[in-house]
Design a protein around this ligand. Structure first.
Ligand code: AKG
Length: 252
């Protein structure tokens, strides 16, 4: 359960860091399973998409094909679906958003060596509009990150501005000048999680290190929030918690 200080920190700053949300050996095990899947051609459902970065091929022996994204990741396998309902992830979301939670999206952003994203400062809201801003992303890091090594950039308190214009040419991103110097780039460790309000401006950190950085990203929302954007992701709207409790015990 989150403390009152943690809840207040999220309200004030629009993000919250959860150190050791899962133990680092478990994160390492998840990472190993992830790459055992993405290191060969995907033969499962076509609803799942794995993207590869051409220039990253052969740069990291653990990610030889240069995987850089998994869309609809619950379809990777049972373990990834179960993670959606994992109380270590969902209970903090219940504490921040309320007792009745649905899933909105689940994906795995991966940054191979040399990764520089075209998507810069953005609010997730620009990609997930609802009738109310009751959504939060939980990023579960499977690798250690640092500035220059895939660490996410955050603009604390920017959620208080509400939706910001995403006017940067060629990409749905916010102009750097709107963010200015008021940003941080916390180091995260494998197993740590970061919760981000849908209106918090954040940016994907470049990865100039020689190892791949992966994270699992779940977007949760309240049951009441109605999608007006048109989300077609696998398992969108799936009930995750009701009355403050996770709805399914996935014990198989
Ligand atoms: O990749 C990251 O560092 C952050 C992920 C992100 O920006 C997003 O999923 O919207």
């Amino acid at each position: 359960m989150l403390t009152d200080e943690q809840k207040q920190f999220y309200i004030d700053n629009g993000y919250l860091i959860l150190r050791e949300c899962i133990p680092s050996p478990e994160a390492a095990d998840l990472r190993a399973e992830l790459f055992s899947i993405v290191n060969k051609p995907w033969a499962g459902s076509t609803r799942l998409g794995i993207l590869y970065e051409k220039g990253a091929k052969g740069k990291d022996p653990t990610n030889p094909l240069g995987a850089n994204f998994v869309m609809a990741s619950p379809l990777l396998g049972d373990r990834w679906f179960k993670l959606t309902l994992d109380e270590r992830l969902v209970n903090p979301i219940i504490d921040l958003l309320g007792p009745d939670i649905n899933l909105h999206d689940q994906k795995i952003p991966i940054k191979p060596p040399g990764h520089v994203s075209t998507q810069r400062w953005h609010q997730d809201w620009a990609y997930e509009k609802h009738d109310r801003p009751e959504l939060a992303a939980l990023l579960l890091y499977l690798d250690d990150t640092a500035p220059g090594a895939g660490a996410t950039k955050l603009a604390p308190r920017s959620h208080k501005h509400g939706p910001l214009p995403h006017d940067r040419p060629d990409t749905l991103s916010i102009e750097d000048s709107l963010i200015g110097d008021d940003w941080i780039q916390p180091e995260m460790h494998a197993g740590d999680a970061l919760i981000i309000h849908t209106w918090l401006a954040h940016s994907i950190g470049d990865n100039t290190s020689d190892t791949t950085k992966a994270m699992v990203a779940h977007v949760y929302k309240t049951q009441q929030a109605v999608d007006i954007h048109g989300n077609t992701r696998a398992m969108a709207e799936m009930p995750v918690a009701r009355g403050g409790r996770v709805v399914l015990k996935a014990d198989w």
